[in-house]
Design a binder for this molecule. Structure first.
Ligand SMILES: *[C@@H]1O[C@H](CO)[C@@H](O)[C@H](O)[C@H]1NC(C)=O
Ligand SMILES: *[C@@H]1O[C@H](CO)[C@@H](O)[C@H](O)[C@H]1NC(C)=O
Ligand SMILES: *[C@@H]1O[C@H](CO)[C@@H](O)[C@H](O)[C@H]1NC(C)=O
Ligand SMILES: *[C@@H]1O[C@H](CO)[C@@H](O)[C@H](O)[C@H]1NC(C)=O
Ligand SMILES: *[C@@H]1O[C@H](CO)[C@@H](O)[C@H](O)[C@H]1NC(C)=O
Ligand SMILES: *[C@@H]1O[C@H](CO)[C@@H](O)[C@H](O)[C@H]1NC(C)=O
Ligand SMILES: *[C@@H]1O[C@H](CO)[C@@H](O)[C@H](O)[C@H]1NC(C)=O
Ligand SMILES: *[C@@H]1O[C@H](CO)[C@@H](O)[C@H](O)[C@H]1NC(C)=O
Ligand SMILES: *[C@@H]1O[C@H](CO)[C@@H](O)[C@H](O)[C@H]1NC(C)=O
Length: 734
């Protein structure tokens, strides 16, 4: 009784729906397709819109709601739209492919996207398919091209990850492709073959870095919130039907092509929040139907073309937060901001010549690192060479060395102070890590200018905080020429191996390729350890801290610097911009060179080592003289003057020399120890670069000097009282 009443009701409502809602649908659905719908209901884990389906449901007659639309034609389903409540939202951050299966935001572990699409493709007449907010997870199935006549595909707001399957490019009948609000990454396959495509919406994914290759049949392009680190391609010229172009927050670079504004059908252009740079052409003409233009938050400079100049009744133009000069709004940044930021992202002038040269340098460095194994051999060699040179060359520069070495013989025979081969030095250094761009953006708060701590126009240095809380420096290097990914990887490998106790460690890197048709340009982010304890210059210019640095401490610091240089030079890395500002000291006063030449990536050619400005040995001499005198040297004449005085007094009495040194170290050094260091310092400062010692020579003299000092201390010259003070003072300055 009850049963027949229900049947009656269903019949009546069916008739009513037939009359009022779906007049075009055939009432009866092929049984096979009904079974498919029940399978869909089950696979989708009974979303609210499908919960009421049962054996008596007449699918083709269901009312259309915002959550469910089924349209039938000739007993076949032609449209299926299901909208769930498992909405994707950017608040859901902790999801990754590994935990989708257990998340309450997605379908369960039993769900298989491949099975799901296999079932759906049996609906062979399907033309419109929308599956929105259903919690679908997994990579986009390549079964997608097996729908024979699909023209609308909308799978937005799910958890589809991985790259877009290339098979989509063979779905010839597609008119609308919507994959927005998913977790898709990687490059978009070439879609130029989709001749009928009118709408594409891939917004809110992680797609990139190439700009997708799209057919010019498109009317509406929405790609916002992706990582298309590329320029707008020239072929947009031919997009005669394009009405809506929405490319905000895509990390796009390069100039805004002026033809965009005059495309024949264009109505809406949103290019906000990218990194577009340069000036807009002033003769831009705007299409008459263009009613909305947003170019805010870019790095544009120069004058605004007149057709973008003013908001009218029918036209909205948003130009804020660029560096434009004649806009009516006052919300613009300074020219230098845009200029600087643009350099950090802009593909540089094309320069294809010197990439082979670079490879040579890399091979040289690899060779150099192998040569490190022979460090001992080098050392011995340096010795003999020096002894020979000392005999042959009696110029003023070398004259100081002769007497000392000939009097005291070879302290290296002792072996105790011989520099250790490099194999020992990486012990205790932090691990190397390859970072993602997202990690770099997080660390530096999206490269916020307030985190900028230094660097020139070519390399910006940001302070940043990694996810583990550690503070680091992020150096952003724009590569000058094209590198193949392999060559670059090889170079980074070399850099990752440049690790030494006396170098500020490179903790990792991140390589980001920007597309610049037809080239690829690259930015490398180098993550450096942040040694927060200050520079050698800070220490020397603060009298209380200087007081702490007695002669033995100063020797240890300068020897550390020399060891760092030796390591770099054996690796072929010259021109390391050595100065006391660039020597960082950690808590235990271990010196670390912070400025070593990472430019092997970006510089065109190596600078001449002859120039005192760049020669490491000369610069080491300057550091040594500052350490000995305890005063920063600010000019060449100051330096020349000091050098002259030292040279004059060296040959006279000990008392004379004492007059020049830092009063803070008086009484803490053995005279011969100091004198040896002064002598080698004078040699480092030789105008003639060929007369300057090698770093091995310098180290050898320093070891000798340390030995003399230790002998002196050992015989009770440096009182225990004083060492006690030293420790306490060190504690004090921390
Ligand atoms: C529909 O009918 C079949 C048998 O004809 C039965 O096995 C199935 O459980 C029914 N399904 C529902 C949802 O009532
Ligand atoms: C979705 O709807 C179902 C049934 O109405 C409900 O139990 C569930 O909590 C909803 N989920 C969300 C995320 O709103
Ligand atoms: C995708 O489908 C949903 C549900 O029908 C709809 O709200 C949304 O507008 C569609 N997206 C596009 C870009 O058509
Ligand atoms: C896409 O993301 C997955 C992890 O979700 C990752 O393994 C893969 O490398 C990414 N692909 C690209 C091209 O970034
Ligand atoms: C990009 O993401 C932001 C923040 O999630 C959102 O406000 C904006 O609407 C998104 N843009 C597009 C084009 O979807
Ligand atoms: C703008 O001027 C340049 C040269 O001055 C010319 O090459 C270009 O075609 C002009 N563009 C338009 C849209 O008139
Ligand atoms: C503006 O659009 C209409 C149709 O939407 C078209 O007929 C007209 O030619 C367009 N005007 C211009 C200046 O392109
Ligand atoms: C900006 O200056 C250019 C050239 O001087 C001029 O063509 C344009 O109309 C000006 N724009 C505004 C908004 O004043
Ligand atoms: C704005 O558009 C309306 C019709 O959409 C038109 O009548 C009016 O003339 C336009 N105003 C201007 C200033 O172009």
């Amino acid at each position: 009784m009850e049963n027949s009443w229900i049947r009656f009701t269903v019949l009546v409502s069916g008739v009513l729906f037939f009359l009022f809602y779906v007049p075009v649908s055939n009432a009866q659905l092929a049984p096979a397709e009904s079974r498919i719908l029940f399978q869909v209901q089950q696979i989708l884990e009974f979303p609210p819109a499908l919960q009421t389906w049962n054996n008596w449901t007449s699918f083709c007659c269901l009312p259309h709601t915002p959550f469910l639309v089924i349209v039938c034609s000739n007993n076949h389903i032609t449209e299926l739209t299901i909208v769930g409540n498992k909405s994707f939202s950017s608040q859901i951050t902790k999801l990754s492919p590994r935990n989708f299966a257990i998340s309450q935001h997605t379908l369960s572990v039993k769900f298989s996207i491949d099975t799901f699409f296999t079932v759906l493709t049996k609906l062979s007449n399907l033309q419109k398919l929308s599956l929105v907010s259903l919690g679908l997870w997994g990579p986009l199935s390549d079964k997608i091209n097996q729908f024979r006549s699909l023209s609308v595909l909308n799978i937005s707001s799910n958890f589809i990850y991985g790259s877009i399957t290339p098979s989509i490019a063979t779905s010839q009948s597609l008119r609308s492709l919507v994959l927005s609000n998913n977790l898709l990454n990687g490059s978009v396959p070439d879609l130029k073959g989709l001749k009928f495509l009118e709408e594409i919406d891939l917004s809110n994914n992680h797609l990139g870095p190439e700009f997708p290759s799209l057919p010019n049949s498109l009317i509406c392009i929405t790609l916002g919130n992706n990582s298309l680190r590329s320029e707008i391609p020239r072929d947009f010229h031919a997009f005669n039907k394009l009405q809506i172009l929405s490319l905000s927050s895509c990390k796009l670079i390069g100039p805004i092509p002026s033809f965009l504004f005059s495309l024949p059908s264009i109505m809406f252009i949103n290019l906000a929040k990218n990194q577009f740079s340069g000036a807009l052409s002033t003769n831009v003409s705007c299409n008459g139907n263009l009613t909305f233009i947003d170019i805010s938050y870019n790095l544009l400079i120069g004058n605004l073309p007149s057709c973008l100049g003013s908001n009218t009744e029918n036209k909205t133009v948003i130009t804020t937060w660029n560096c434009l000069s004649n806009t009516t709004t006052k919300y613009q940044r300074s020219y230098t901001f845009c200029h600087k930021e643009a350099l950090a992202v802009e593909p540089p002038a094309r320069d294809r010549e010197s990439s082979t040269l670079k490879l040579g340098i890399v091979l040289g460095i690899i060779g150099g690192i192998i040569a490190i194994l022979g460090a001992f051999g080098f050392l011995a060699l340096a010795f003999f060479r020096k002894v020979q040179r000392n005999r042959a060359d009696d110029s003023k520069c070398d004259s100081f060395i002769i007497e000392k070495t000939s009097v005291h013989g070879f302290p290296i025979g002792n072996g105790r102070h011989v520099p250790q081969p490099m194999r020992l030095t990486s012990i205790g250094l932090p691990l190397y890590h390859v970072f993602t761009l997202e990690e770099m953006e997080d660390a530096t708060n999206n490269f916020d200018p307030s985190n900028l701590v230094g660097g020139g126009f070519q390399d910006l240095v940001y302070k940043g905080r990694l996810r583990d809380g550690s503070v680091v420096l992020v150096k952003c290097l724009k590569l000058k020429q094209k590198h193949s990914p392999q060559a670059l990887q090889q170079k980074m490998e070399v850099i990752s191996k440049l690790r030494h106790r006396h170098l500020v460690s490179v903790l990792g890197h991140c390589i980001v390729a920007y597309q610049d048709h037809p080239n690829t340009s690259t930015t490398v982010f180098i993550v450096l350890e942040n040694i927060a304890n200050g520079s050698l210059r800070d220490l020397l210019s603060d009298w209380r801290k200087r007081e702490v640095l007695k002669w033995p401490q100063r020797m240890a610091i300068t020897m550390g610097i020399a060891r760092g240089i030796q390591y770099l030079h054996t690796g072929g890395v010259q021109g390391n911009d050595l100065k006391t500002e660039n020597i960082r000291l950690d808590e235990s006063l271990t010196a670390k060179i912070s400025s070593y030449n990472l430019a092997l990536l970006s510089k065109g050619g190596t600078e001449s080592p002859e120039s005192p400005e760049t020669d490491d040995i000369y610069r080491l001499g300057v550091i040594l003289i500052e350490v000995i005198t305890g005063r920063p040297i600010n000019s060449q004449s100051e330096l020349d003057d000091l050098k002259f005085q030292f040279e004059r007094r060296l040959s006279v009495t000990p008392a004379e020399l004492r007059g020049l040194i830092d009063p803070s170290i008086r009484g803490t050094f053995a005279y011969d120890s100091l004198k040896t260091v002064v002598q080698i310092t004078m040699n480092c400062l030789c105008k003639d670069s060929s007369k300057r010692p090698t770093v091995e020579d310098v180290l050898w003299h320093m070891h000798y000097s340390v030995q003399v000092q230790e002998g002196w201390t050992g015989s009770g010259n440096l009182s225990g009282n004083l060492s006690g003070n030293l420790c306490r003072n060190l504690e004090h300055t921390r």
